[in-house]
Design a binder for this molecule. Structure first.
Ligand code: PMP
Length: 360
């Protein structure tokens, strides 16, 4: 068996221990005689898997008891639409902080349902900063304020949590959930697609405060209504059972490694050394202000873009894969989520230094 270092932005690298456990339980989950994939979602065995995963996540993130945790389908993109539908009357307002490609997508979707007000925009087309608290233009008729703590494409991460007073704050944590502790009580809602730091694609987590759940602003089809999905414990329809199970294995892996404080220290170490290697060289460059550089997604460019193709093919020969930047920004991007081992970052830095000295 040969495993590469996979720097993909998502679906992304998973912990080997998790994959091995899934492999060992593939044909016969704990003497049930069947794979988790084959179980009824309402049977005793899957209920146990589902409840354990939720309890472990609640413990890892210290989720307060007045928040529901939902394990849903439809990805983060579906939440772009469901948020305004659940929390805003058509024609009323929701606020959006724009810091990159994903928050732009979120505001665009909201604008189809309600008045989507930009409360700050840190500067299209090249996002390299986040707005300060003072930059936020918070009118009191906003039903919520939405932001993206980590912009996966642009590599921009908020170093602080915006203060929005009585206005519920909603965060798209798709690419940085579980990378460090989060004070959940500061949020009305948090959501995150699973295919980066949680597990495999097909699952999205929504953590939502009960008063928002119970607000019942609009009459919606059941499958779009968070209160219906919560009342059914995420089983209004058949959930993504296997993705839910893999998420549970990842939560146990995180607990074994010491929880989110330990992950935060490890992630900081990995990101710091990669940014240092970039900053110390004239050959590579990262465009993001050092105050808001992402610890999860590190975009960088080569001084001579004609060398991009050679860089990618030689990296692949060295088992360093999926380093091509998003098509909208070009260059390179190394996604270094929780499951990327520190040896992977070390190997990337070694390769980058060798490539620079051979091609300078
Ligand atoms: N938000 C962010 C920050 C993301 O990184 C992504 C996916 N890369 C999405 C939303 C969209 O997620 P999905 O594909 O699960 O809809």
């Amino acid at each position: 068996m040969s495993r590469v270092f996979n720097f993909s932005a998502g679906p992304a690298v998973l912990p080997v221990e998790v994959l091995e456990q899934a492999q060992s339980e593939m044909l016969d989950w704990r003497s049930s005689g069947m794979s988790v994939m084959e179980m009824s979602h309402r049977g005793k065995d899957f209920m146990e898997i589902a409840q354990q995963a939720e309890a472990d996540l609640r413990e890892l993130l210290a989720v307060p008891s007045n928040y529901k945790i939902l394990f849903l389908q439809g990805g983060a993109s579906t939440q772009f639409a469901l948020m305004p539908m659940n929390f805003v009357k058509p024609g009323s307002k929701a606020g959006y902080i724009i810091t990159g490609s994903w928050s732009q997508k979120a505001v665009k979707e909201a604008g189809k349902w309600c008045q989507a007000v930009v409360v700050a925009d840190s500067g299209s087309p090249n996002y390299s900063e986040v707005p300060t608290q003072d930059d936020l233009d918070l009118g009191n008729d906003l039903n919520y304020v939405h932001y993206t703590p980590n912009e996966t494409i642009d590599g921009v991460e908020f170093p602080y949590i915006p203060e929005t007073g009585d206005i519920p704050l909603i965060a798209d944590y798709s690419s940085s959930i579980l990378s460090e502790p989060i004070p959940v009580e500061k949020y009305g809602m948090i959501y995150a697609g699973a295919q980066k730091n949680i597990g495999c694609a097909g699952l999205v987590l929504v953590i939502i405060r009960e008063d928002l759940l119970n607000a019942k602003i609009n009459k919606l089809p059941s499958i779009f209504d968070y209160s219906v999905l919560a009342a059914a414990d995420s089983m209004y329809n058949t959930p993504s059972t296997y993705a839910w199970y893999i998420a549970g294995l990842v939560f146990q892996w995180l607990k074994k490694l010491g929880g989110l404080q330990a992950m935060a220290a490890r992630n900081k170490r990995k990101a710091d050394k990669l940014y240092k290697a970039i900053d110390d060289s004239d050959f590579y460059q990262n465009p993001v202000s050092p105050t808001c550089r992402s610890r999860m997604n590190v975009p960088f460019t080569l001084a001579n873009p004609d060398l991009d193709g050679l860089f990618l093919s030689e990296a692949a020969q060295n088992q360093l894969l999926s380093l091509k930047g998003h098509r909208s920004v070009g260059g390179m991007r190394a996604s270094i989520y929780n499951a990327m081992p520190e040896q992977g970052v070390n190997a990337l830095i070694d390769f980058m230094q060798q490539f620079a000295s051979r091609n300078s």
